[in-house]
Design a protein around this ligand. Sequence first.
Ligand code: PLP
Length: 330
Amino acid sequence: MRLNDAPRFTLAQLPTPVEELPRLSAELGGPTLLVKRDDQTGLALGGNKTRKLEYLLADALSVQADVLITAGGPQSNHCRQTAAAAAKVGIDCDLVLGGEPPQETNGNILLDLFCGAKLHYTTGDRDQKMQEIAGERRAAGKVPYVIPVGGSNGLGSLGYVQAAFELVEQLKTVGDVDQIVVASSSGGTHAGLVLGAKLAGLSAEILGISIDQLPTQQPTFEVELSQIAQEAADRIDAQVQIRPEDFRLNYDYLGGGYGVIGHLEREAIWKAARSDALILDPVYTGRAFGALLDLVRRDQITGKRVLFWHTGGAPALFARVEDLMLPADT
Ligand SMILES: *Cc1c(COP(=O)(O)O)cnc(C)c1O
């Protein structure tokens, strides 16, 4: 099956815009910065999971699923967009969220509830919990469809193969870019982009900023990314071999761990908003954009035109207000 023949359920408003960041680019005196606005995909406040869900939801509907089950962190953007996708087609949604139930209902959690999702908290194994819920749902006569964390399998990453083709078209108007910087965590976005770049003839170097994957893990993150991308390639009969060496990752910005907001994230969020009214998120794009700013300052960015792929996540800001305030003396 070719990419254009892969079943897809329209959820996103595409193409998402490509914009320049003129004030910040001037202030830094480095490369011209551009942004791909996948925070504006349009599904329940948008984000990168929408593109993946177009393929995952189509697959779920093709097997007559009537309940989507997925999992994520305590303020998962993926879970929020999955809840929204389920609401759009009028099927149920069970979300497995890591951790203890929060003290307050806010951010993504509030939107999950608006969209009618059932929330299940666990401090244990999320995959196991999803299987448990799937079993219960089956016993009740439902047809569950389990989506992995982040929607990051070969099928979901087709959303980012398609996105690479979309960007190639847009660059014909806005001009080429030398580098693309993107937050990478469960990997489907990065994997799809690297495969899509190969297939669409996008020559820009793609640099993934690891949000929470460690350079020491086994199998390595690069191996996992290449497996997702190869699975996607095989699905669309693309005759390419994807190798771990096809992925460029930076592991220098792991900070205090997943979801821990430090100076890097805080500074990036305030700076992007004050200079060009670009709203980042506290977990992914705050970290990845903070990394980009730091790399520019250290002269580690070689490109003259660099595109930051905004993957969304702003609803989580409203769950983290205290941690995002600048110290009084700045
Ligand atoms: C999930 C997510 C990412 C990471 O994308 P992966 O495909 O999981 O690597 C980046 N940014 C935001 C806002 C996300 O929600």
